[in-house]
Design a protein around this ligand. Structure first.
Ligand code: TYM
Length: 331
C-alpha cells in the first residue's frame, strides 16, 4: 500500500525553498486523500549546535507554520520526531548495516563538515537517521527537494541491504521531486548555492515569517549580474533567473511570459515586481502563523495526537525488525 513520509528540520524558519520545493507538494498529496505522515525532525537539528530554549520555540513555530501552509491534522499525521523513540533505535540497526565510506561520500556531509573544526558524529550518521524515519513507516514515496535525492538513495540502499539479509521487510522508497526549478531554489546572496536554513546570512533566504519590508529589502539586495535586461538563463544568469523562477512559481506565469512583460524594465525595477508577488503570497500565511503561535497548547495537542498515531504504525515495524535481527525478547 502507498504511504508517504517526509520531514523538515525545525532549525530557524521555513523559507521559500522549503515551501516551493517540498511543502506545497505535501499539501497537494494530503488534499488528494493520500496516506501521509510529516515529521518535524528535531533529532536532525541537533547535528549542529542548538540553543535548547530556541529549539523548543522553533519546534512550535514550525508546527504553526506547517498548519498555516495548509497541513490539516485531520488528514495528515504531523508529529515531532523525538517523541517517537523508535527513530533513533532503528537508525542504530541501519547504521550497523552500512559502511563509513558510503556516508563520508555524501555531498551534504562534505559541505557541512567543512564549516566545523571537529565534525560531530551525528552529522556523519544523519542520513542513516533519515533512512530510519522513512523505513520505520514502510513509506513508499518521499516528497523532497533536489538536495535530498542522495539521502534517498542511501535509504533505498539500506532497505535493499536489510531485505537481502533479513528477508523482505521494507518497500524501496521513491523520491518525489518536482521536475521544475522549484526543487532547487537558489540563495539570494550566492545564486550558485541553494537557498538554505543553515546559511549564516539571513538575506540569502526569504522566510515565511518575514515582514513585507524585510522581504522587499532582501529581494532588492539579491545578487544579480552586470546585464540589466530581464532574461531567463539559469545556467549563465543564475541570479535574475532565480528571481524569475520564484515569480513564476508564485504567479503561475511561465518564465517566457514574465520576461516578455518585463521587456522594458531593468533588473533593479524588476525586483520590485517580484517583491510585490512574494509579499502578496506570503502575507496571509504570515498572519496565520502569528495567530497560531499564540495558541501553544493547541499546537502541542496537534503534536501529541500525531505522535500517538505515528507510534501505532512505527511499533509494528520496530517489533518486526527487532525480531528479525535477533534482538529483544520475541514479544
Ligand atoms: P530540510 O529541513 O533542509 O528541508 C525541508 C525540505 O525542503 C527542501 N528544500 C528545498 N527545496 C528547494 N529548494 C531549496 N533551496 C530547498 N531547501 C530545502 C528539502 O529538500 C526538503 O524536502 N534531511 C531533511 C529532513 C529529513 C527528511 C527525512 C526528509 C529528515 N528525515 C525523511 C524526507 C524524509 C532536511 O534537512 O530537510
Amino acid at each position: 500500500p502507498e504511504r508517504i513520509f517526509s520531514g523538515i528540520q525545525p532549525t530557524g524558519n521555513m523559507h521559500l525553498g522549503n515551501y516551493l520545493g517540498a511543502i506545497q507538494k505535501w499539501i497537494e498529496l494530503q488534499n488528494s486523500g493520500k496516506n501521509v505522515i510529516w515529521s518535524i525532525v528535531d533529532l536532525h537539528s541537533i547535528t549542529l549546535p542548538q540553543d535548547s530554549i530556541e529549539l523548543r520555540q522553533n519546534i512550535l513555530k514550525m508546527t504553526a507554520t506547517l498548519l498555516a501552509c495548509g497541513i490539516d491534522p485531520e488528514k495528515s499525521i504531523l508529529f515531532q520526531q523525538s517523541t517517537v523513540s523508535m527513530h533513533a533505535e532503528l537508525s542504530w540497526i541501519l547504521g550497523c548495516n552500512t559502511t563509513m565510506p558510503r556516508l563520508g561520500q555524501l555531498p551534504q556531509f562534505k559541505e557541512k563538515s567543512e564549516k566545523v573544526k571537529e565534525v560531530p558524529l551525528g552529522l556523519y550518521i544523519y542520513p542513516v537517521l533519515q533512512a530510519a524515519d522513512i523505513l520505520l513507516y514502510k513509506a513508499t514515496h518521499v516528497p523532497v527537494g533536489q538536495d535530498q535525492v542522495q539521502h534517498l538513495q542511501l535509504a533505498q540502499h539500506l532497505a535493499h541491504t536489510f531485505n537481502r539479509k533479513f528477508k523482505e521487510t521494507f518497500p524501496i522508497p521513491r523520491a518525489l521531486v518536482n521536475q521544475d526549478t522549484s526543487s532547487r531554489l537558489k540563495s539570494l546572496r550566492d545564486p550558485t548555492k541553494k537557498m538554505s536554513k543553515s546559511s549564516n546570512d539571513p538575506k540569502s533566504r526569504l522566510e515565511l515569517t518575514d515582514e513585507p519590508r524585510v522581504l522587499l529589502n532582501k529581494i532588492k539586495k539579491a545578487v544579480t549580474d552586470f546585464t540589466s535586461t530581464v532574461t531567463f538563463e539559469p545556467e549563465t544568469r543564475p541570479g535574475v533567473s532565480n528571481l524569475i523562477a520564484i515569480h513564476s512559481l508564485l504567479s503561475g506565469k511561465s518564465p517566457e511570459e514574465i520576461c516578455k512583460e518585463a521587456e522594458n524594465v531593468d533588473t533593479g525595477e524588476y525586483k520590485f515586481v517580484v517583491a510585490d508577488v512574494v509579499i502578496e503570497k506570503l502575507t496571509p500565511i504570515r498572519e496565520r502563523i502569528n495567530q497560531l503561535i499564540k495558541e501553544p497548547q493547541y499546537l502541542e495537542k496537534v503534536l501529541s495526537d500525531g505522535a500517538e498515531r505515528a507510534t501505532s504504525i512505527a511499533v509494528n515495524t520496530w517489533l518486526e525488525v527487532r525480531n528479525k535481527v535477533g534482538l529483544g525478547n520475541n514479544a
